[in-house]
Design a protein around this ligand. Sequence first.
Ligand SMILES: [Zn+2]
Length: 346
Amino acid sequence: MKDLMGEPSDSYKKLPGYLYILDKTYPGSHITMRKSNENEFLYLFIALYAFIKGFDCCRPIVVVDGSHLKTAYNGTFVSASTLDGAGNILPLAYGVTDSETDRSWTWFFERFREAYGVRENMCIVSDRHESINKAVSRIYPNVLHYACIWNLWGNVCKKYKKSHDVLSPVFYAMAKVYTQEDFDELMGKVEKSDFRVAEYLELAGREKWARVYTTANRGWTMTSNIAECINRHLVASRELPIFDFLEEAEPSIEYLYTVYDAGRRFIVNLDNKTCSCQMFQIDEIPCLHAWAVIKKKNLMADDYCSELFKPDTVVKTYDVAVDTFPDEREWKIPTYISEDVVLPPT
Ligand SMILES: [Zn+2]
């Protein structure tokens, strides 16, 4: 992308040839460029076949972001990505548009929908950019759209400078809790400390940022955390911590167990893969309490995880390799492509 965008007008001339070779090298990809009637570059969208196939092996969560390019012609780098079952970031699509407008985001989501369609339980995570909101509701009217909790909190910090140091950990804990009681307790703290912040968060819509209020099918609700993961490159979903504080795991009926954890009692049901702490069913991976039972009973943890977290699925995410792209000297471009005129934007 640096070659493509880093240089002034000359790089635009190369675009048609570059995209043609890209398409020839990676068949099945979705590559689209849009120009104005005066042949000026407008938008570009690239979703390689490898990404499209890989997405089938991942949770249907799409994290969308845009960042300004500091080139001679400005523009915005836009991207969509997800996490594979091991927590690695998988790019889904990227491209370049003009400054973030309704029209460019709509165009991006139209292309995205052409390439990826709509998956069951799909959701989109992004910052609260007005144009993204509009484009998503237009192109994906039935897809849930969540706020990126990092962006949301960033906005709070800008607006209410005083409170943010004290309330940051409270907010992130609140976004991640699994039960309403835990949420209410934390919200109470925020209200006490700064009711304006509480009001702002309520206005943003609890279901948009707090895991316990998300309306998606349970199990698909880690969403807001993904944006955070991508921002921090935090990827440790398979490295579960040790649970030596778990004292006791007592079976009641065949699949039902009581687990005592730090003075609290949790009910684990291995049959329907649930725990009263809620994590087991929402994460689709055994919670600490379920782990305690699985260990004690010498069961296979694999049997209690979502397919998407298993090594085979993670490996399959990358079934289609992205081969090396041919050197420019080796490009064989037909005349009708090389004669295509692309001028820099005005
Ligand atoms: Zn649990």
